[in-house]
Design a protein around this ligand. Structure first.
Ligand code: ADP
Ligand code: MG
Length: 264
């Protein structure tokens, strides 16, 4: 046997692995046994009716919520809670914060800091986390704002911008921590229809640049264009998943067909 045959190729861990996650509030089961694996560089679009658990799933991935059962691992690092009563290793608050800083989160309502300029909205986190000095963070912010088409708005305040521009600032802000994964929770749902396209263009640009994206959206055309995989959730369960050509154009489940007929 040669040396080469003995070498095991390096196995890259999944970007996100959600394993048998159950989440409930009182008697209300919001996530009811979710298994989901997202590979590095993959674009996953999550669809499903209102109240089906989509935002909760993103919050579990970002460790803003702890599942009652199941676990989530990000880049191979387990954030364990309990699995059928068994206690998994729990990461310290510090480790969770470190991991969260590697996951960008873009909300439907932008969540910008209203009292900070566009530049400072983007530059604040890398400075606060001591990843960059202030001048370095400002240089990065300028570059990222250029990338989302807002190079001329660095000194503006959020209230002076349109919703589409604010959401593009929020995307630049998420990118400033150089996350490996970005989660989007209905990023265009609060926008006037004519502003949706400019935000989707920015997300498309990220999708082709190899960033791992998990996107909750009702924009089916966009999903068809950018998704490697579409996941349809209903009642806290994954009903169907597959490439867009299957899950969107040839869904196997009645509930998926019914949902698509309402949003298309
Ligand atoms: P979606 O994003 O698909 O619309 P959510 O994940 O926001 O769904 O919510 C799923 C269900 O969980 C909803 O019925 C919602 O009311 C409930 N829920 C979400 N967060 C909480 C909470 N913090 N406390 C109680 N119920 C919640
Ligand atoms: Mg939601």
């Amino acid at each position: 046997m040669t040396a080469e045959t003995l070498e095991t190729p390096a196995i890259r861990p999944a970007a996100v692995e959600v394993h048998d996650v159950h989440k409930w509030y009182g008697a209300h089961r919001v996530l009811d046994g979710i298994d989901l694996t997202v590979q590095p560089g993959e674009v996953t679009v999550i669809l499903g009716p209102s109240g089906s658990g989509k935002s909760t799933l993103l919050r579990v991935i970002n460790h803003l919520e702890k599942p009652e059962i199941g676990y989530v691992s990000v880049n191979g690092e387990l954030i364990g809670v309990r699995r059928h009563g068994e206690r998994l290793k729990e990461l310290s608050e510090r480790a969770i914060l470190a991991q969260r800083s590697r996951i960008g989160f873009v909300f439907h309502n932008f969540n910008l800091f209203p009292h900070l300029t566009v530049m400072d909205n983007v530059a604040a986190a890398p400075v606060a986390t001591r990843k960059l000095t202030r001048p370095e963070a400002q240089e990065l912010a300028r570059e990222l704002l250029g990338r989302v088409g807002l190079g001329d708005k660095t000194d503006a305040y959020p209230r002076q911008l349109s919703g589409g521009q604010q959401q593009r600032v929020a995307i630049a802000r998420a990118l400033a921590l150089r996350p490996g994964i970005i989660l989007f929770d209905e990023p265009t749902s609060a926008l006037d229809p004519e502003l949706v396209g400019e935000v989707l263009e920015v997300i498309k640009d990220l999708a082709t640049s190899g960033t791992t994206l998990v996107i909750v959206t009702h924009e089916i055309g966009f999903a068809r264009e950018v998704a490697d995989r579409v996941v349809f959730i209903d009642g806290g369960r994954i009903v169907e998943q597959g490439p867009p050509a299957e899950a969107l154009d040839n869904p196997r489940h009645e509930r998926t067909r019914d949902f698509l007929s309402k949003v298309l």
